[in-house]
Design a protein around this ligand. Structure first.
Ligand code: IPM
Ligand code: MG
Length: 354
């Protein structure tokens, strides 16, 4: 029995998670899946209720679960809070506390959405990239601080990595590469950063254990450019935490919208699935958000945590069929197509599956 914990969070999070659950329910009936669902608080919602972005009650639930499905955290309401009680801090603590070191962010170009892409069709056609982002190291978790002297203020963040942290994410990427097209691009800034030089050295060392896999290296600035010029060259991109954060938002445009991008965060135990988009407070509660990223995150969960490739493919296929049928939420809409809301999109996918 798989124990699922829902952490809908803030902004559009609850709306998209709700639709993801309707879709999961449709899959459940079809394949007689066995799981339980409980719910907890995280982010701004949790700060309002308890004063903490990741309250003790939620941590207890996390410990009792196998899988977390998260919506999104944050919003202008909590922007002025000090950094240790910001909504984002809840997500970061959850990632760190659950040792979720590998963040998998697939970016693919949906043929049905070519028209919505700001890129020329021939550039994005066939794009199928997996960004493997290290998730619990680097500047996000290094020493940081702010100090004041007279009138002036200074602040610092540090990027720190050790060999073990680098090795395990590189290995993870190499293992996954064997199930894809056997190509890895390791992204760093080894011309400037010490951590990147260590990263590159470890990547080279690990590559010796994976003779079938072709490894190449790119500086992060060059990678950002290549993602626009010739994104189809990439199979797997493996990189450190902050580079991965930035490159995955950039790469999302290749798939037409941030609203289409799912993600999985995995370690040795519990796994967390979440859309990569944020809480989008400007459209929250208006039935406008695109639930497909959350729904595709459920597909990743079915594949990785339920080990049920067939069910995962069903969800992906349903998304494809609904796009072919012309249904679009506002972020992926163009003239002549059917504009639908969050709920209508979720319902259409669930019906496809049934
Ligand atoms: C992401 C988000 C988070 C991150 C924020 C919300 C802390 O941007 O998952 O990409 O920076 O990791
Ligand atoms: Mg991000």
């Amino acid at each position: 029995m798989i124990e699922i914990l829902l952490l809908p969070g803030d902004g559009v999070g609850p709306e998209v998670v709700e639709q993801a659950m309707i879709v999961l329910d449709a899959v459940k009936s079809k394949y007689s899946l066995e799981y339980t669902i409980s719910e907890g608080m995280i982010g701004g919602q949790a700060i309002d209720a308890t004063g903490k972005p990741l309250p003790q009650e939620t941590l207890k639930k996390v410990q009792a679960s196998d899988v977390i499905i998260l919506g999104s955290v944050g919003g202008p309401k909590w922007d002025a809070l000090p950094s240790d009680i910001r909504p984002e801090k809840g997500l970061l603590e959850l990632r760190k506390g659950s040792d979720l070191f590998a963040n998998l962010r697939p970016v693919k170009c949906w043929p049905q959405l070519l028209e919505q892409s700001p890129f020329k069709n021939h550039v994005v056609e066939g794009v199928d990239i997996l960004i493997v982002r290290e998730l619990i190291g680097g500047a996000y978790f290094g020493k940081k601080g702010t100090s004041h002297e007279g009138e002036s203020t200074a602040a610092f963040d540090t990027i720190e990595y050790n060999d073990m942290q680098i090795r395990r994410i590189i290995k993870k990427a190499m293992d996954i590469a064997g199930t894809r097209r056997n190509r890895i691009t390791s992204v760093d800034k080894a011309n400037v950063l010490e951590t990147s030089r260590l990263w590159r050295k470890i990547a080279e060392e690990e590559a010796l254990n994976y003779p079938k896999i072709t490894l190449n290296h790119l500086y992060v600035d060059n990678c950002a450019m290549q993602l626009c010029l010739n994104p189809a060259q990439f199979d797997i991109i493996v990189t450190e935490n902050m580079f991965g954060d930035i490159l995955s938002d950039q790469a999302s445009v290749l798939g037409a919208s941030l609203g289409m991008l799912p993600s999985a965060s995995i370690g040795e135990g519990i796994a967390l699935y979440e859309p990569i988009h944020g809480s989008a407070p400007d459209i929250a509660g208006q039935n406008k958000a695109n639930p497909l990223a959350a729904i595709l995150s459920v597909a990743m969960m079915l594949d990785i945590s339920f080990n049920h490739r067939q069910a995962a493919e069903d969800v992906e296929k349903a998304v494809e069929n609904v796009l072919i049928a012309g249904l679009r939420t506002a972020d992926i809409w163009t003239k002549g197509l059917g504009l639908v809301g969050t709920r209508e999109m979720g319902k259409a996918i669930a019906e496809q599956i049934k």
